[in-house]
Design a protein around this ligand. Structure first.
Ligand SMILES: C[S@@+](CC[C@H](N)C(=O)[O-])C[C@H]1O[C@@H](n2cnc3c(N)ncnc32)[C@H](O)[C@@H]1O
Length: 464
């Protein structure tokens, strides 16, 4: 478990390699704006960490990033100073240490000792300070600390939940609003956001069967999507089914909302399908596989060239054309004729607040100021979709955010402004029977209710 390379002044480093990898990942996230799910695998490869070491490094990196809000409050209290007044290298080491002390099975004395060794290497001037702060942290349990640092629920329930469950207040407020103000339900959602997310596979229709695939990979068939397989562990990239194109990694909620568009009844022609925001190609892969079974063809649009290339890989061998263009160019780009499509998916760019558990740092990066430009784009893309769909055809609007401004408000406002009449279709019967779908016509899925990302779905038919 010990790192060998000689470091500072020729002294041999005594930092545990998993903790050193986690520290390097935190540094990259905080200093360079890196994404943990991209940078950490690279660090693990470079440091040749596998098995238990890699799993531990992943657990403490992701756990520390998710828990950072509460951890920073605790550290500030234990240090007697604002978290911003602790130098970044010592601060990240302390965050890792506090997470291990309060939220893992690592014995507190070991977590303190290992973290002090890390501080000796990365912030030698702060060794005594780090030792004192971590000893203070280990004097209370996590729940006891929450009682100290979180405002009482009776005084400010949103601030209490934010501090206790490590989310920014504006996100807690948005979740609570989407859940009808139910604070107990909101707390369950926040708790789920702090868990390690499940890995779901999509068994591609016509190429694999979910039950057979579950047997093959040692997983379990999904509870709702007929294509879903829950993976119990291991790296999906190692699976033969992924390599040979019989399956892809995709959250079950994403499968459900993409398939819902295809499940809706349609009179007349049903051959031209459009995915207006296709990159990196998860839903396009499923839609193109369904198109192959139904004798349809998918046009998959993506504005960013590198993401369009990923879509090409995702639909290889399936009846699909990938077009790298702006989805708002309907009627202007020959690939996007007005009235030219029978079914259209708008899986719009959004804040991604519905998949925070998959991107541990994103809750701290997202800001309320991200909403206006995103909602403008969502409405413009919806307007383009309403133009692209033929009279009688269907548009599905999807976001992986439950924020009502991005979901209900965007789609209702775009339909109101549309020159053609767009009527909401009840989306609930387009999904398999499942609990907690609300009163319709739109559907909001939830991690704590359905085990999926918080996908929103609205389906509209152009009636005139
Ligand atoms: C939420 S993601 C789509 C995810 C995708 N449907 C999937 O399942 O893998 C939104 C995508 O829309 C793309 N996008 C953003 N603005 C666009 C525009 N004006 N036209 C087309 N695509 C756009 C983004 O680059 C991003 O790849």
């Amino acid at each position: 478990m010990r790192a060998a390379p000689a470091r500072r002044g020729g002294r041999r480093s005594t930092i545990d390699p998993a903790r050193a990898a986690a520290y390097e990942a935190l540094l990259a996230v905080h200093r360079d704006g890196a994404y943990a799910n991209i940078v950490l695998p690279q660090i693990l490869r470079d440091r040749e960490l596998f098995g238990r070491d890699a799993a531990f490094a992943t657990e403490i990196t992701y756990g520390t990033l998710r828990g950072q809000g509460t951890i920073d409050l605790i550290l500030a209290e234990a240090a007697g100073r604002d978290i911003d007044r602790i130098d970044p290298p010592a601060r990240d080491a302390l965050r890792l240490g506090a997470y291990q002390i309060l939220q893992t099975r690592v014995p507190p004395h070991a977590a303190v000792g290992e973290t002090v060794e890390l501080v000796r290497e990365v912030a030698p001037g702060a060794i005594g300070f780090a030792n004192a702060v971590l000893r203070r942290v280990s004097e209370r349990t996590f729940d006891e600390w929450v009682g100290v640092v979180a405002p009482p629920a009776g005084d400010d329930p949103i601030a209490h939940l934010a501090a206790a469950w490590s989310h920014p207040e504006w996100i807690v407020r948005a979740f609570s609003e989407a859940l009808g103000g139910d604070l107990a339900d909101t707390a369950q959602l926040l708790a789920e956001d702090n868990e390690r997310p499940p890995v779901h596979l999509c068994a591609r229709p016509g190429r694999a069967d979910a039950v057979d695939l579950a047997d093959e990979v040692g997983g379990a068939p999904g509870a709702f999507s007929p294509y879903a397989v829950y993976l119990s562990g291991g790296a999906p990239g190692d699976l033969a089914a992924i390599r040979d194109g019989r399956a892809h990694v995709q959250d079950e909620g994403s499968q459900l909302v993409a398939a819902a568009l295809v499940n809706a009844e349609l009179e007349g022609s049903d051959e031209r399908w459009l995915d207006l925001c296709a990159g990196p190609g998860g839903k396009a892969g499923l839609l193109a596989a369904l198109a192959a079974e139904r004798g349809a063809r998918l046009t998959a649009v993506e504005v960013q060239p590198h993401r369009a290339r990923l879509v090409e890989l995702a639909v290889r061998g399936l009846p699909a054309d990938v077009v790298c263009t702006d989805g708002r160019a309907v009627g202007r780009d020959p690939a996007l004729p007005a009235d030219g499509f029978d079914r259209v998916l708008v899986d719009a760019p959004c804040t991604g607040l519905g998949s925070l558990r998959r991107r541990p740092e994103s809750r701290w990066r997202r800001q309320p100021s991200d909403l206006p430009p995103l909602t403008r784009l969502q409405r413009e893309l919806l307007g383009a979709a309403f133009q692209a769909v033929r009279p009688g055809g269907l548009v599905a609007y999807v976001t992986c955010s439950p924020h009502v401004v991005e979901t209900q408000v965007s789609v209702v406002e775009a339909a109101r402004r549309s020159p053609s009449t767009m009527d909401f279709v009840d989306a609930r019967p387009l999904l398999p029977p499942m609990p907690g779908l609300g009163g319709g016509p739109t559907v909001q899925l939830w991690p704590h209710r359905h085990g999926t990302d918080a996908m929103f779905l609205a389906v509209l038919r152009r009636t005139a």
